[in-house]
Design a binder for this molecule. Sequence first.
Ligand SMILES: [Zn+2]
Length: 317
Amino acid sequence: MSRPLILMYHRVADAPIDPWQLAVSPAHFEEQLDVLRRSRRPLPLAEFVRKLAAGTLPSDAVALTFDDGYVDNLAAAAPRLAGADAPATVFLTTGCVDSPEPFWWDELARLILVEDGPRQFDVVINGAAMSCDLGAEPPAREDGGTPVAALQTRHAVLESIHQSLRRLDEDDRRAALNGLRSTFAGFDGGAITPRAMTGDEVRTLVKDGLISIGAHSVHHPELPYLEASACAREIGASKRACEALIDAPVTAFAYPFGAFDDATRGAARTAGFAFACATRRTTADGAGDAFSLRRLFIPDLDGDAFERRLRWASANG
Ligand SMILES: [Zn+2]
């Protein structure tokens, strides 16, 4: 017995430094698409949501989504989706489109895990210093010499800074990151890969109609922690930016970090979105509300493990 599922991806790439398991390798992504072709009915997300509301969604329906707007969505995901004739929706963090800066969490991960900088330092967050100690662990090496999975202390420090930064508004987060940049003197954040798609790349992505875009805020904060006006700005401005990019209405939203509360949900509705995706790792049916659609997180699994995960999600919805 299968259940309808909305799948949540971020990147299709071989990524040696991937602390949040955002990347699925191209080879595994192909295996996953083979599984979907055999056992599932991929639908565009908007059609999936319409049928869910109407009670006409087939039990084997699946919708694919990609969060953040990484450039590998165009380079590596799109051709494979086209080969499998599988529609997908890409949720854009619009402040990063056409920006020379990387996603802030990638810069943070790079600083804490990879840079050979100071081992003890403070991060100043809203005027309060957070003391960080990386201990004796060496930095990760992208050639696999020091695998990122071995770095427990650095991971713990990364997690605690990340938890704090994601709850800040853009000005405060930028101030904290700027402080970190000067702590790691000589660090060139602009040289970090991966990056977000440019506007031209977004238009190329959507031009044959198989892939659509949705909005994912401007700066990717944890929305429930923002003041109401800042939250509404993040949501509304990302909708307008998406619509300006493709010159068409954009009605899909995904909450950064999947974080929402009643006020956030209301703000997404007020901004004019038709539905919004969360990230709880389970099935979509029975979620009850078009503004808290559940999604199944998909890490870097081969075909067999992916099939087991779908079966598990179907059984445990
Ligand atoms: Zn995101």
